[in-house]
Ligand binder design. Structure first.
Ligand SMILES: Nc1ncnc2c1ncn2[C@@H]1O[C@H](COP(=O)(O)OP(=O)(O)OP(=O)(O)O)[C@@H](O)[C@H]1O
Length: 584
């Protein structure tokens, strides 16, 4: 039929284009004619016609015809092979390769079942697993009283879990034909370790399989955990190491002490054991108490450090004069004194006193700011001299209509050229102290007998004006700023290597109590590096983003894109910010 119709078409180019649809139509057309013919014959009760009629009307034949028509249409387009190698292939060879593979049986050849299987099938189960490079993904334990060896837990996503044949609580009877009665778990593990290919378990299934009705939970780790250094972990190899700040997906909380989790950065991996919230908190406390007694200064409010605030004028992107209030040119010596107090505590207490009081895991959810919602507060944190203010100033001057700093409060007297609410909010000491007592200050300090501070009200004013508020903060203030209302996005500005700073900071100037513009000395760079390490160790769990301030231009560009990401893309935030019921 194809040839006939094709041959009858005229040779003109324009008409040639119509050739294929006609050709395709003809197949269906011929089939319709045949069916009509057959239906007449059916009425005459000709032998076998009914069967042929059903065959030609069958759905699969119609589907085959459709495929045929599609292929014809595709062939008409004269498809070219995508790669050079593919030129050597032809359709038949490909189809034949497919058929050969499809017919092969890739299932492992399992050993024959033992003869002495009990009649009651439920009483005993034979499980054969094929060992590959992966661990088995199950742990075993010995019952303290009965001495039975049972499956302690099955790791999510592991070999045993994927088989669906092993469950926590199953009692092992034999492993590879060796009875396990009287053996220690280590001896059973040895048998497993030595076995090659398939492993055969004879076991008595647990009567009440645990029903897993748990919802997956996401948490931010607020502490580091190294399973290989934890003597209490049931199986160190099955442990999941993590660092503070990492987001974990908790998939199993059946055990009160050991949970199973994955890192969101690698969800395809099989889960690992992590200490439960309760257990990790207990570990932190034990560690804390095991340290020689020192008065732990950081349990007290660590907000009282000395700072100085200097106001500045800047020129914005269009050359107009822009007042950028809130630029703190810290008197480095004063801050250093205050920092030394804080550091002396953290060096005595490396796991951080704060972490002993806080929950070791913080439940988090994915949050994306709605375009009509207020912007998230941007907080920059970093050691003195790293360039926090330089980066912040560059960001704000690049677009003062989009970015703004918070105007600080002070108790000092207003100067003749200053305007209340432009450089500072000038308030009485009593008002300032009231703000501190009612927790309305993100950070504050004293310089030359006057109080200076950044208030939540000042931040709120910028956000309510529809702008992105960008402030810098001492890390001790992070906890106060982390609220449902401000939803801060915290960026840590990290110094590059000292070698790199020697190169890039040749012309940089720092401000100290005695000199306004002083070159960086070697000890300044070292202090910056040490201070950054301590900040990361103590507060790293709160950092949403880390920017290494190596090249100023690049760091500025990274900051700009991080700030936009924080506003426009989904981020992990504490669940308590989103569950409105729990909001104050
Ligand atoms: N990437 C960089 N390359 C070269 N110089 C830099 C870089 N970043 C910052 N600087 C310079 O380093 C000096 C200190 O920067 P800046 O005042 O911003 O520090 P800071 O982190 O705010 O410190 P402080 O808290 O003491 O005020 C400035 O002269 C600044 O121009």
């Amino acid at each position: 039929a194809e040839k006939k119709d094709g041959g009858s078409l005229p040779k003109k180019k324009k008409q040639k284009k119509k050739k294929k649809p006609q050709k395709n139509k003809s197949v269906s057309h011929v089939l319709t004619l045949v069916l009509q013919e057959l239906s007449l014959l059916c009425k005459r009760d000709v032998n076998g016609v009914g069967m042929l009629y059903d065959l030609l009307r069958s759905r699969w034949l119609q589907a085959l015809l459709k495929i045929y028509e599609c292929l014809q249409h595709y062939l008409g387009k004269r498809p070219a092979p995508v790669t050079l190698q593919a030129r050597a292939l032809n359709r038949e060879a490909l189809l034949s390769a497919h058929d050969t593979v499809a017919q092969k049986d890739f299932e492992p050849i399992l050993p024959p079942l033992p003869d002495n299987i009990p009649e009651n099938e439920e009483a005993m189960r034979i499980v054969c697993l094929v060992k590959n490079n992966q661990p088995l993904g199950a742990t075993i334990k010995r019952h303290e009283i009965t001495g039975d060896i049972t499956v302690a837990r099955v790791i999510h996503g592991g070999l045993a879990d994927r088989s669906g044949l092993l469950y926590a609580g199953d009692k092992l009877v034999e492993v590879n034909g060796v009875p396990v009665e009287g053996l220690e778990p280590e001896q059973v593990i040895n048998i497993l370790a030595l076995s090659q290919g398939t492993i055969m378990f004879k076991l008595i299934p647990v009567s009440d399989r645990p029903v897993s009705n748990q919802t997956t939970l996401y948490v931010r780790a607020m502490a580091d955990y190294w399973p290989l250094q934890d003597p209490a972990i049931p199986c160190a190899d099955a442990g999941l190491p993590f660092k503070k700040g990492e987001i974990l997906q908790i998939v199993d909380q059946n055990d009160a002490l050991w949970w199973q989790a994955r890192k969101v950065s690698d969800l395809s991996a099989c889960a690992g054991l992590i200490p439960s919230n309760h257990l990790l908190k207990r570990k932190q406390r034990e560690f804390w108490w095991s340290q020689p007694f020192q008065p732990h200064l950081c349990l007290k409010s660590s907000m009282l450090f000395v700072l100085c605030i200097l106001e500045e004028e800047e020129f914005g992107e269009f050359g107009q004069r822009v007042f950028i209030a809130g630029f703190r040119r810290s008197m480095r010596l004063c801050r250093r004194k205050a920092r030394l107090n804080q550091q002396s505590c953290s060096s005595r207490c490396p796991s951080s006193c704060c972490s002993t009081l806080a929950a070791p895991y913080e439940e988090v959810v994915r949050y994306q700011r709605h375009p009509t919602d207020r912007h998230r507060l941007i907080i920059l944190v970093g050691p003195a001299g790293v360039g926090v203010n330089e980066l912040r100033r560059r960001l704000i001057t690049s677009n003062p209509r989009e970015f703004q700093s918070a105007i600080p409060h002070t108790t000092r007297v207003q100067k003749s050229y200053e305007m209340n609410g432009r450089e500072y909010h000038y308030v009485s000491k009593e008002t300032f102290e009231n703000m501190v007592y009612s927790h309305r200050m993100l950070e504050y300090g004293e310089y030359k007998g006057y109080l200076y501070g950044t208030s939540i009200d000042a931040v709120r004013a910028v956000l309510e004006a529809g702008k992105i508020c960008v402030i810098d903060l001492e890390p001790q203030g992070i906890q106060i700023a982390r609220t449902y209302e401000l939803k801060p996005y915290i960026i840590f500005i990290k110094p590059p290597s000292i070698g790199c700073m020697r190169q890039t900071r040749k012309n940089a100037r720092i401000i100290t109590d005695y000199y306004v513009n002083m070159k960086f000395k070697e000890e300044d760079l070292q202090e910056m590096e040490e201070s950054a390490k301590k900040m990361e160790a103590q507060f790293g769990q709160f950092f949403d983003q880390v920017i290494v301030n190596d090249n100023l231009q690049e760091a500025s560009a990274q900051l700009l894109s991080a700030v936009h990401r924080a506003q426009d893309e989904p981020q992990w935030v504490p669940a308590i910010w989103i569950c409105s019921d729990t909001q104050p």
